[in-house]
Ligand binder design. Structure first.
Ligand code: C5P
Length: 288
């Protein structure tokens, strides 16, 4: 069975507090986009294997897609071992939840393969044990994610627009970035309430104006400088707003007009390898 995994972007990311369990309570407005991985999931002869077009992807059971298959089996008692083949397009360790999206696609596919008939909410709950972003990736669309990321409220869809996504080549470690955050010292936060109102009104420039990610301020200065340079390039090309997504380092800009977005993607493509032009999508829930 084939399954599609959709990347996500953060329209906002706020960190409210550090919790006793080491995680952080977050408030994030999330958006699914048309940048996808393709997975093939088939019943295995013996122990399940994972293969990918990227040689460096883990294949030792730590891959989130394999963890998702195991979590589904544990939760439902259904389905045997599966072979998973992943063709990756979503950049890895980029703030776009690529691994979580693959895990969500496996959960949706196993739900169909086993005819378990679980609701998207029940699947999202299984996904919680796999990773903080997995429940959102199961449900997708435009949503407010709170708590560790698992408390989800569907929101009005992002109005049609074009999104230019650009990943700088430096790596970012999510746990390391979280450990650099002192929540008492966050000087600037996104106006999440204003973002919800702008979504309600379908006001694309209001949405773009309110995009903000508190992680941008805790990057090391040279990384922040590169993120800002990409943001400026996107804004100069006509983006209505441009921010970093998740724990980065990927930066994206929202455009109303396709030709401007195309030109921005072309320009950034001269300097960066990972540049994509995408659109917002809403996942048909429950479909693999
Ligand atoms: O849940 P997941 O494995 O994706 O989280 C990766 C790391 O990110 C965690 O180990 C934790 O350090 C950090 N994290 C956090 N608060 C969250 C989500 C993730 O501190 N809400």
């Amino acid at each position: 069975m084939n399954a599609t995994a959709y990347a996500k972007l953060n329209l906002t990311l706020d960190i409210l507090r550090r919790r006793e369990d080491g995680y952080h309570d977050l408030q994030m407005v999330m958006q699914t986009i048309s940048l996808t991985d393709t997975l093939t999931i088939t019943p295995a002869q013996g122990e399940g294997k994972i293969t990918s077009n990227l040689s460096f992807l883990p294949t030792d059971g730590t891959n989130l897609a394999q963890k998702a298959a195991a979590a589904f089996r544990r939760a439902t008692g259904l389905g045997g071992e599966v072979d998973i083949s992943i063709h990756k397009h979503i950049p890895v360790c980029a703030g776009m939840a690529g691994g979580s999206a693959d895990a969500a696609a496996v959960l949706r596919a196993m739900n169909q393969l086993t005819a378990a008939g679980l609701s998207p909410l029940a699947l999202a709950q299984i996904g919680q044990s796999v990773g903080s972003d997995v429940p959102y990736c199961v449900l997708g669309g435009t949503a407010l994610a709170e708590g560790r990321g698992e408390r989800l409220t569907p929101l009005p869809a992002l109005p049609p627009c074009h999104i230019v996504v650009c990943k700088p080549s430096f790596p970012v470690s999510t746990p390391q970035l979280f450990s650099r955050v002192d929540v008492r010292k966050i000087l600037r936060r996104p106006d999440t309430q204003g973002m919800l109102e702008a979504l309600e009104q379908g006001d694309l420039s209001g949405i773009a104006r309110r995009m903000y990610n508190v992680f941008e301020d805790v990057l090391e200065p040279w990384k922040r400088a590169e993120v800002h340079a990409i943001q400026n390039a996107l804004l100069d090309a006509g983006a209505l707003g441009a921010i970093m997504t998740g724990s980065g380092p990927t930066v994206f800009g929202l455009f109303e007009a396709l030709p401007q977005a195309q030109q921005a993607a072309r320009r950034l493509g001269e300097q960066y390898q990972d540049v994509f032009l995408a659109q917002p999508v809403s996942i048909p829930q429950g479909k693999p």
